[in-house]
Design a protein around this ligand. Structure first.
Ligand code: MSP
Length: 517
């Protein structure tokens, strides 16, 4: 079976991660966890981009060799950061690994053999921050990069070129025939307009420094960092390996990638250069490139170079990891820019997570303990709750399929609100006062527990740790098995929690926030 294959950008190791990087990776993690719970085979790749002048110069400024610098950042900053955020990637690729570098060289040689690489003279402005050749018309005040507000450098070299311009018409036809291949629509429109404006061949090697993959037939040159980096998506799963080998089999099982998640800053690399490279090699192009928006600070893209980067731990120390994972996907439509605000996050934490979700769970556990000795009463079925759950699952699944995380989470949280409304109306604490209402009381408790079972499963991709606690407290782990093994397509089947399941009080799922000084 072909795997659902999702990638994040590979991040530069010039600095430690900030919440902009975490935004992309968490989105990828949520989506891949969702697909795993749909019963699909999934492959989720992230990693680091370690070559090029940007990383090389940072290492130099710190008085360390680039490899030692990259090793340190990967081990001390990037990997621990993803671990702390509960990211369940299947692989982590570093562009300095031999498995990557060897395959880049093989790929490049094959493109040269096919006649897509030629030698030429290059002269033009280059921004090291973007690692990108610019057109004079792109610059502000004649020589400033519009992204970094820093002067560009003039590069004049003889190097190797890729015949990118030959692919303009095929790329345009591709996006016209496959609107899904670049999303959201605004991103596709941008790419199409860019292609319609005409595309030049691309210089894909550099000779003035040596921190990169050597060009196999001209080792005085290293491969342009973006050409090297884009290939990670394919080298990590066995590009160029013999079809009968392990790598070749992995490639057949994963390629083409289903989703490349990227920030809109790097859309053109992914939607123009990358598919052209694949077309040149006779390989399938990715099913979808999705460009999400930026987290803004003071109206500008959050970035380390502008000293506006917020470390994920600054937020998770206060709100916890699951609230972090929830908040950005819930608050910002995926594809649009959004500003981070401490106040907004506190407000949503309290109303949606602590009150709507966390309190429901703790109230249920307290009532089952008090009124039923901690054992779940017999199976009951509230027709309205059960029908609403079916609708919720259909809506959430449809939204997740198109990377509408906000729509998906909203559908689930609306159901949570509905269950709260159900408990409020039924007033089990009043029913409990009269033994004649015992049956009604037990029905309410069972229906609430069963709704929480579904909420735990549906929110598991977003908040894996908290839902796991809830799962155990519902007695679900002991009776239904691991939460991660629960299928989205079965979650709406009512009556899964068995009578007698042992419901226990949870530690508070979302504790009251400490007042910030
Ligand atoms: N190394 C390249 C990508 C190569 S992929 C073949 C690169 N790295 S990066 O470290 O600069 O990370 C870029 C990605 O981080 C963006 O595409 C985006 O996914 C994420 N973000 C970085 N800053 C961001 C925001 N302020 N807001 C949202 N996402 C941001 O570019």
């Amino acid at each position: 079976m072909k795997s659902f294959y999702l990638t994040t950008p590979i991040y530069y190791v010039n600095d430690a991660p900030h919440i902009g990087h975490a935004y992309t990776t968490v989105a990828g993690d949520v989506l891949t966890r969702w697909h795993r719970q749909r019963g699909e085979s999934v492959w989720f790749l992230t990693g680091t981009d370690e070559h090029g002048q940007k990383v090389m110069r940072t290492a130099e400024q710190n008085g360390v060799a680039p490899q030692a610098w990259a090793d340190k950042l990967v081990e001390d900053a990037w990997k621990p950061n993803w671990h702390a955020l509960n990211i369940a990637n299947d692989d982590f690729i570093r562009t300095t690994e031999p498995r990557h570098m060897d395959r880049v060289q093989k790929f490049l040689t094959s493109l040269k053999d096919k006649g897509f690489i030629y030698q030429g003279d290059f002269e033009g402005p280059y921004c090291v921050g973007c690692e990108e050749f610019k057109l004079p018309g792109d610059l502000l005040e004649g020589n400033l990069c519009p992204t970094h507000s820093k002067p560009v450098e003039n590069v004049k070299e003889t190097n190797w070129f890729f015949k990118l311009s030959e692919f303009t018409d095929r790329l345009l036809a591709h996006y016209k025939n496959n609107p899904d291949a670049c999303q959201p629509e605004s991103a596709r429109n941008e790419v199409v307009a860019f292609l319609e404006g005409g595309v030049r061949d691309l210089s894909i090697s550099r000779s003035t420094f040596d921190w990169g993959v050597p060009v196999p037939w001209d080792t005085d040159q290293v491969v342009y960092v973006w050409f090297d980096a884009l290939l990670n998506y394919a080298t990590a799963v066995g590009l160029t390996d013999d079809p009968e080998s392990e790598g070749g089999k992995k490639f057949a099982q994963t390629w083409p990638a289903d989703v490349h998640l990227v920030g809109k800053d790097i859309l053109r690399f992914h939607a123009v250069i990358w598919p052209a490279m694949l077309m040149a090699a006779g390989l399938e192009v990715p099913q979808k490139v999705f460009a999400h928006g930026w987290l803004l600070v003071g109206g500008e893209k959050m970035s380390k170079s502008k000293l506006t980067g917020i470390a994920p731990s600054q937020i998770t120390d206060h709100f916890g990891v699951d609230a972090f994972r929830y908040y950005f996907l819930r608050a910002i439509p995926f594809g649009s820019d959004g500003s981070f605000s401490w106040e907004d996050m506190s407000a949503r934490y309290t109303s949606e997570l602590a009150n709507d979700f966390g309190n429901l769970a703790s109230r249920l556990a307290a009532m089952v303990e008090k009124y039923c000795g901690g054992l779940l009463p017999a199976v009951a079925r509230d027709a309205e709750l059960s029908a609403a759950l079916e609708e919720t699952v259909a809506k959430a699944d449809a939204a997740m399929q198109v990377l509408d995380f906000q729509g998906g989470i909203n559908a689930i949280m609306d159901y949570c609100k509905m269950v709260n409304g159900y408990v409020t109306i039924k007033e089990p604490w009043i029913l409990a006062k009269d033994p004649a209402n015992q049956q009604a009381l037990e029905d309410v408790l069972y229906n609430t527990a069963e709704s929480l079972r579904a909420l735990a499963v549906l929110l598991h991709p977003v908040m894996p740790a908290t839902t796991e606690i809830l799962w155990e407290s519902l007695g679900a782990k002991a009776t239904l098995g691991e939460i991660a093994a629960q299928r989205i397509d079965a979650v709406a089947t009512w009556g899964q929690l068995p009578q007698g399941a042992n419901v226990t009080k949870t530690p508070v799922l979302f504790p009251r926030l400490e007042v910030k000084e």
